[in-house]
Design a binder for this molecule. Structure first.
Ligand SMILES: Cc1cc2nc3c(=O)[nH]c(=O)nc-3n(C[C@H](O)[C@H](O)[C@H](O)COP(=O)(O)O)c2cc1C
Length: 143
């Protein structure tokens, strides 16, 4: 079992229809390729954790890397893992203006993961929550 984690930023703000189409296609492909994982996003940044056979995960990441709907793609790591962390395909997202933190959305989804995996994903969500706070504070100062 192999896992790969990357971060990226959307090239434009996708509307709900675009997001639905992207995820529908991703889920269909992932089911076919035995890939599970999680996509976490807050409309400004994505973090995706993909797991499955090494060849399938790398082939999926190659397709994802060529997708012009996101940019600044940073591959964080690709490594062998002892067990599958996600039984299916999960997604956590916080739309701009929505109540609650991204961390609160991610927490229930990682409760059965190994500690290091859960920590990595929660750290990303916390960082995005801090960035959203900073942005609100900057907007408040301007008004
Ligand atoms: C943020 C993001 C995450 C994606 N995640 C997946 C994924 O998990 N699996 C997948 O097959 N495609 C994913 N895609 C879509 C791929 O980039 C690509 O469009 C798709 O795999 C092409 O599949 P098709 O040949 O069936 O059209 C993602 C795209 C973006 C922008």
């Amino acid at each position: 079992m192999y896992c790969l984690v990357y971060m990226s930023s959307p090239t434009h703000e996708m509307d709900d229809e675009e997001v639905r189409a992207l995820l529908g296609r991703a889920k269909r492909n992932n089911d076919r390729n035995g890939i599970t994982g999680i996509l976490i996003h807050d409309r400004r940044r994505y973090l995706q954790y993909l797991e499955g056979g090494e060849a399938e995960v790398e082939a999926t990441f190659a397709r994802i890397s060529a997708d012009t709907r996101h940019r600044a793609i940073i591959r964080l790591h690709g490594l062998t893992i002892s067990r599958r962390q996600f039984p299916g395909w999960a997604m956590a997202c916080k739309m701009s203006g929505a109540d609650g933190s991204l961390k609160a959305c991610v927490e229930p989804l990682v409760k059965d993961c190994d500690r290091d995996v859960a920590e990595e994903l929660l750290k990303f969500a916390e960082a995005r929550d801090r960035a959203a706070c900073d942005q609100t504070a900057r907007a408040d100062r301007r008004t």
